[in-house]
Design a protein. Structure first.
Length: 560
């Protein structure tokens, strides 16, 4: 990658510096290392785009590695979902790896540390060990087991491996420095006993490595050159390097851990633990609920891979955590859908409109453009008849001067069709309008080439023909949380901010062409917003999710 082509972020500057200092370009290798204990969210999407983007820019391989060291929380379902999400975002990995691939090697290296006097077996309770850790301002105190003999440690560790002890009875700890200012260096746990079935290794193991022990060593075994992680892992870097120091072969590439800022999104949470709470407590319908910040939720809602990649590129890489306005993500989605989504007609709050002078029983199939952004314009046919649905808000009996839609005595154009004039209304016993009666100009059909068809009126409204309309369930989403930063106040449970009106389900009517649509097809419902076909949709019952509105709220936010 030429540094002249673009300004480099600080991660790219580090890589360039390493190359300048002698790291061979063919030794570059990156990885995306999720834990398979939940579905990926928008924060992971940024990390995916970073790591795989570097792979593309430097023509370097990128591994997808599952850090599967905690079988009590991990499932094959999560592995499959993660692979599906990465592929959907448009990326391909070089190798599919698992920390569990390295369990034997990690165990063997732990034995080496014991033999070096740098690890020991401890049988204290977790509460006792926590007390001995000390505080950030007070040093810790040594475990009474810290000076067990190498022989006794080797024997106990082997018996742990054989399954002779119950859960929680013993751990293996690194022997580092109980007075370190970095509390992570105060004899951290390397292994714990867990008699739990692992989704890949079955019951082969009953001791499992801790994340900090497995992570850096997995990077090293895969010869990852740059181990990129979020800022909360900055204090872990010293431990990451200490573990590598004890097994590193100078003839091989030594991974370099570097940290970037987490990008939090307003009106969402991006903690897998909290997302799991939302699912398990049924505040949402599942991990792929379109209100969720998960990649699968965004996909189901109708967000596109290109829009998420562009969002990640736009927010960039930083050294400080910050809160990104969700309107920016919506802007990126809208920008992409504007280019690719066909324009169709749908009515979500219908009122009947009758064209009194239109011949009874007549129907026409009118030509409508699919998307004015297309390089080569394509068209479809839409049916027209005497009775139509229009949006209730597009009609007012008496309107102010700036209302350019239909009123009594004024004219508007029906999109792709004729000019009509409001004549009268029919109301029910409560005074609600049930029918609008109008007349049409027979010579004003769009594109007919007549003088009347070129006649200009101030308003254009959309419609669907009642005899041809297809009923649809339309799910309209608002923010899942009423607070822009539901995680920001640690004294208040984030669930207190759940928006009770985050989902509205309404019945609408769409033009018949949409009966041919399939899951995740995108459309712009003209003048209403962008929508996509939900997985629940069938030939008998069309279901659409509202993806994003037509209005660009982020542009206003960014100017404030």
């Amino acid at each position: 990658m030429s540094t002249e082509e673009k300004s480099l972020n600080f991660i790219e500057q580090i890589i360039e510096e390493d190359l300048k200092n002698g790291l061979s370009k063919d030794k570059l290798r990156f990885r995306f290392p999720p834990e398979p204990n939940g579905y990926l969210h928008v924060g992971h999407a940024s990390a995916i785009c970073l790591n795989f983007g570097l792979g593309i820019d430097y023509n370097a391989p990128v591994n997808l590695r599952f850090d599967d060291t905690n079988p009590s929380k991990e499932e094959q379902e999560y592995v499959d979902a993660i692979k599906r999400d990465v592929e959907w975002l448009g990326y391909k990995w070089d190798k599919e790896c698992y920390a569990s691939d390295y369990f034997q090697q990690l165990y063997d290296w732990a034995v080496v540390l014991i033999k070096k006097g740098k690890a020991y077996v401890d049988n204290q309770s977790s509460e006792e060990m926590a007390k001995q850790k000390g505080t950030p301002t007070q040093p810790g105190t040594d475990s009474p087991n810290r000076n067990r003999s190498v022989e006794e440690n080797l024997d106990l560790f082997e018996r742990m491996r054989k399954g002779e002890f119950p859960n929680g009875s013993y751990v293996l700890r690194a022997k580092i420095d109980m007075s370190s200012t970095n509390m992570l260096m105060r004899d951290p746990i390397m292994y714990r006993i867990m008699h739990a079935h692992h989704h890949r290794t079955g019951n082969d193991w009953c001791i499992y490595p801790m994340y900090d022990w497995a992570h850096g060593e997995s990077d090293y075994l895969e010869q990852v050159s740059h181990s990129l992680c979020t800022l909360e892992f900055l204090p872990h870097r010293e431990l990451y390097d200490w573990f590598l120091d004890n097994i590193y072969d100078t003839s091989k590439v030594r991974p370099k851990q570097r940290e970037f800022a987490r990008r939090n999104l307003s009106h969402t949470v991006v903690s897998k633990r909290k997302l799991l709470q939302l699912v398990e407590e049924k505040h949402v319908t599942g991990w792929d609920d379109p209100r969720m910040s998960t990649i699968s939720g965004m996909r189901r809602r109708g967000y596109t891979p290109a829009s998420i990649r562009n969002f990640a590129k736009t927010i960039g890489i930083a050294k400080r955590d910050n809160l990104i306005d969700v309107s920016l993500l919506e802007f990126c989605v809208r920008e992409d859908l504007n280019k690719i989504a066909p324009r169709v007609m749908a009515v979500l709050d219908p009122v009947k409109l009758i064209i009194t002078n239109y011949p009874e029983g007549q129907e026409e199939w009118l030509e409508a453009e699919n998307n004015p952004e297309e390089e080569v314009m394509t068209y479809r046919k839409v049916p027209f008849s005497k009775e139509l649905y229009i949006e209730r808000e597009d009609f007012q009996e008496e309107a102010h001067k700036k209302f350019f839609r239909l009123t009594l005595g004024t004219e508007v154009r029906l999109k792709n069709a004729y000019i009509i004039k409001g004549e009268s209304v029919v109301k029910d016993e409560n005074g609600n309008i049930t029918e609008i009666h109008c007349t049409y100009d027979v010579d004003s059909k769009s594109g007919s080439g007549t003088e009347a068809s070129k006649r200009k009126v101030k308003g254009t409204i959309h419609w669907v023909s009642i005899p041809h309309a297809k009923e649809a369930e339309v799910r309209v989403y608002d923010r899942l949380f009423t607070h822009e930063n539901p995680d920001g106040n640690k004294e208040v449970d984030f669930k207190e901010f759940i928006n009770p009106n985050s989902l509205s389900v309404i019945t609408g009517y769409v033009e018949p062409s949409l009966t041919q649509s399939k899951e995740l097809d995108h459309f712009q419902f003209q003048r209403l917003g962008y929508f996509c076909v939900d997985k629940d949709s069938t030939a008998e019952k069309l279901v659409f999710n509202k993806t994003v509105g037509l209005r660009d709220t982020w542009a206003k936010v960014s100017q404030q």
